[in-house]
Design a protein around this ligand. Sequence first.
Ligand SMILES: Cc1cc2nc3c(=O)[nH]c(=O)nc-3n(C[C@H](O)[C@H](O)[C@H](O)COP(=O)(O)OP(=O)(O)OC[C@H]3O[C@@H](n4cnc5c(N)ncnc54)[C@H](O)[C@@H]3O)c2cc1C
Length: 409
Amino acid sequence: MGGGVVGICVALCLQRSGRSVTVLERTLPGDGASGHNGGVLSIGDCAPIAMPGVLGSVPRMLRDPLSPFAISWPYLPRISPWLLRFIRAGRRAEVERIAAAIAALMDAALPSYRALITGTEAEPWFRPGGLLYGYATDESFAAAQYGIGLRERQGLSVKVLDDEAITTLDPLLAGRFRHGVYLPDAHHTPEPGEFTRALARVFLDGGGQLEIATVTGFETNGDVIEGVNTTSGRRLAGEVVLAAGAWSRDLARQLGARVPLDTERGYGVRVPGAGFGLRFPVISGDYHIALSPELRGIRIVGTVEFGGLTAPPKRERAQRLEAAARRIFPELSTKGAPWWMSYRPSMPDSLPVIGRAPRYSNAYLAFGHGHRGIAQAAITGRLISDLADGNESSFDLAPYRPERFSLRR
Ligand SMILES: Cc1cc2nc3c(=O)[nH]c(=O)nc-3n(C[C@H](O)[C@H](O)[C@H](O)COP(=O)(O)OP(=O)(O)OC[C@H]3O[C@@H](n4cnc5c(N)ncnc54)[C@H](O)[C@@H]3O)c2cc1C
């Protein structure tokens, strides 16, 4: 259940393995985070969100008016256990372990997508071109050194560039950054919502079913799920996959998995007809925003806001993104540009939950992809389908298992 990019990719993979598949989605495919994001398939990247020194940077970020980080104070008691786990995940040994687990997913991301979309209407929405992290100051570049080494230790292709080399890649970037870190293997989708909807149509054209309904719970018999309860009645189910993004936690609990899933709310501004087009996405290492090429114009995305699933979005957060983007592109006019907020499904260790539900033999979990759900959706689909088929793959699923937080102290 869940018609975001993860749910649709899982559905497609299960369909290709010969199953009859129904996606239960409460709104429409792509309405959640999958239609509202940076569109970066950051293949060749493996840096977790919690990095060494993360705790020390929090006071400075809370003071900075352009900070990418925000806490809604009423939500602090609720998010505190998550934050403690996040801080623990930022210890050096943990970061190295987590980076290896991210790299393993990213390494398989591209072939998994190719297997799903080659020759389909989703293919044109998937584009090469790389990804640039840009640094305007020596200070921000110095802070990036550990991350560069982390990627190199995982054998990823990383190119360190100066302004001249950045300009050769995209003349529009001339004079904007002193240093750059270019990840040539990264891809992007200029319209993440269109990409998700195209994937959904591929699924429907292959005989899949999409039903608009909200899942409320499960009918069980011993260790077997026999049905799914929805707002429009009960559906029989031979197998169930929970892929409801940031809304998965309570349903996962019903399936026996107590997972520290929360949401990092993110914001975006679409600047259609911005007057220029980037050749590939750019992430500012100074302001921690991403600028992604759209078909016409650019999209500015960023912000990590801890505020839960029900508080209203804050316009000023989007305005901060605009202000930060204008520091890099002073000619950018964002007047009247549409903005949005969406919910990253985030685990404190930057790793998704991919695995069998602890209590039931025919239920699977696929959520928690945080900042990288677009990139990791197809490989997640492949792994869930392999599990359901009983295929012993060479892929080690231990780092993503649902029980990992209850097993480790
Ligand atoms: C600002 C921002 C920028 C980002 N940039 C990138 C990026 O550049 N690259 C990248 O890889 N990732 C990026 N992400 C992350 C990415 O968007 C998410 O990880 C990904 O979209 C998660 O996909 P999903 O299918 O798990 O969740 P969603 O897309 O949120 O889908 C979950 C679906 O489940 C449905 N649902 C929920 N509850 C129920 C229920 N009870 N019954 C039925 N249906 C239900 C929802 O309606 C929703 O459609 C970004 C996110 C944000 C917020």
